[in-house]
Design a protein around this ligand. Structure first.
Ligand SMILES: [Zn+2]
Length: 228
């Protein structure tokens, strides 16, 4: 069976996101997203909570997207994400150390928006190549890069370097969930995901960070969402 996954979504545990669990369920359903990786900035409680709530709903016979617990971790050289994490990963460590912690939990190392060159701290292409033994997945398409050509640069990079590819909306607002998505064979484990990504289709559209900030204000007001 094919599923649609968004590998980069922030819950309201990220201070710049307004996505609560009920809004996640509503908008995943509306946009046909079956699997979501929760990637909060330097926090892991949201991923744990959303996974539990999703499992509760599903065991009650209600629909909810499947949740992959993840985290977007600030390292000394920019952000690195982990997928299928078991526990919080501490921040501000060198990237290789962060990657080893992710791997030691049985997780997958996912490099988000690798060529968003307007971010001051980030891994350079040469560093990414040096670390390739520790990298599982490159995010080749991000919904909201600060630098508009970042996704093109990422595409060009992976043409020369054989990484496994995935993508995510980087949604901080419910309506952006699934803006960038991956169509792939259903999976449960990290190994199955790596296999499925070998034969996946990435699609979607970029959206503006400015529009996204306005939308966030609207949601904060309408649903009184405060950071958890
Ligand atoms: Zn993010």
């Amino acid at each position: 069976m094919k599923v649609t996954a968004d590998f980069h979504v922030h819950s309201y545990y990220s201070r710049d996101s307004v996505i609560t669990f009920p809004l996640l369920v509503e908008w995943c359903k509306r946009s046909g997203v079956d699997v979501v990786a929760i990637m909060d900035h330097d926090r892991f409680e949201g991923a744990v909570e959303f996974k539990r709530l999703s499992e509760d709903r599903r065991s009650a016979g209600l629909w909810a997207p499947k949740i992959i617990p993840g985290q977007e971790i600030r390292t000394t050289r920019g952000e690195i994400c982990g997928l299928f994490l078991e526990a919080y990963v501490p921040g501000r460590l060198p990237p290789d150390e962060t990657m080893r912690i992710i791997r030691s939990q049985g997780g997958l190392v996912y490099v988000p928006h690798p060529f968003d060159i307007l971010k001051i701290k980030r891994l350079k292409a040469s560093e990414l190549v040096e670390l390739s033994n520790l990298v599982d997945i490159i995010e080749v398409f991000n919904g909201k890069p600060r630098f508009p050509a970042a996704n093109l640069l990422a595409r060009r990079f992976v043409q020369k370097h054989p990484y496994t590819l995935a993508a995510g909306s980087d949604a901080h607002e419910p309506t952006k969930i699934g803006a960038v998505r991956v169509l792939l064979d259903d999976f449960d484990t990290p190994d199955e995901l790596m296999r499925s990504l070998g034969n996946a289709r990435i699609e979607g559209k970029m959206y503006s960070p400015f529009g996204s900030a306005l939308l966030r204000l609207y949601y904060r007001k309408k649903y009184s969402v405060v950071t958890a």
